[in-house]
Write a protein that binds this ligand. Structure first.
Ligand SMILES: O=C(O)CCC(=O)C(=O)O
Length: 258
């Protein structure tokens, strides 16, 4: 599991890179199912959440294959989520984002759910599954280390959140790497200047008392919900009456700036 140095790095920097965290078989199965879904969903892909120029998106992935449900149970990822969010946390959304070849623009630096830590602490934590190698020129995620501790949003501090920040770094790595991200840390995708796609999956979690970005109980088909293991029902807050109250108002909440 995670060692003391890894947890200290996560606390200090707001992110942690875990190479080789996704087993090869799972990586292949994820890529295969994701391409199948892009094909099946066509123009509608991502529609349950949002569409983005310059990137292909899928949303509501828990409903779309057992491999996604297996990916949510990687122990190191769950351990890191508990470290950031405390013992009570749940899935907020599971989406795919694939930056298109020669996509022209960086995403703005942002914090997920536009959220700042509150009196109870951190409440959003994302995980980026690198499904392709992330390289300096193919749209690797940029991160501003330590910014989760500033209690500020980039759009309040920067004249232009699309611009490069002097302290930003690019998170590169091999396919199969996980990037654990305290999602109050300023981050964003970058332009893909290659002729190949850069695929990532985002397993996004929030603290138990906060609304899910995508209310799983409403989005998942009944047959999917019926087949979930007790552990997954808990992780998705399917039987959590408190979650019904906080999440049912917001079917989806945009990932950045608003
Ligand atoms: O895919 C990435 O590199 C980061 C994407 C991201 O931060 C978002 O879409 O909110």
């Amino acid at each position: 599991m995670l060692n003391a140095k890894q947890l200290a790095d996560l606390d200090r920097d707001g992110f942690l890179v875990l190479p080789d965290a996704v087993p090869n078989e799972m990586l292949e199965a994820l890529r295969g199912r994701i391409e199948e879904l892009f094909e099946l969903e066509g123009e509608n892909a991502g529609g349950e959440f949002k569409k983005e120029s310059g990137a292909r998106r899928l949303a509501n992935c828990v409903d779309k294959g057992e491999v996604f449900q297996a990916a949510l149970q990687i122990p190191e990822m769950l351990e890191a989520k508990a470290h950031i969010l405390g013992d009570s946390f749940k899935l907020s959304s599971l989406n795919v984002r694939s930056t298109n070849p020669m996509s022209e623009a960086d995403q703005p630096l942002h914090v997920d759910m536009n959220g700042l830590p509150d009196e109870k602490g951190y409440w959003v934590a994302n995980t980026i599954f690198m499904l392709d190698d992330f390289t300096p020129d193919n749209g690797a995620t940029r991160v501003v280390p330590g910014s989760h501790r500033w209690g500020k949003r980039p759009q309040e501090e920067m004249a232009d959140p699309f611009a490069a920040h002097p302290d930003q770094i690019l998170v590169t790595g091999k396919a199969g790497t996980l990037v654990i991200c305290n999602a109050h840390t300023w981050h964003g995708g970058t332009a893909n200047r290659t002729n190949r796609q850069r695929r990532a999956m985002h397993a996004f979690f929030c603290r138990g008392d906060k609304p899910q970005q995508q209310y799983q109980k409403r989005l998942l088909r009944a047959e999917t919900q019926d087949a979930l293991s007790p552990a997954l029902r808990k992780l998705l807050a399917i039987d959590d009456a408190e979650n019904d109250i906080v999440s049912s108002e917001v079917l989806v909440t945009s990932g950045f700036l608003k």
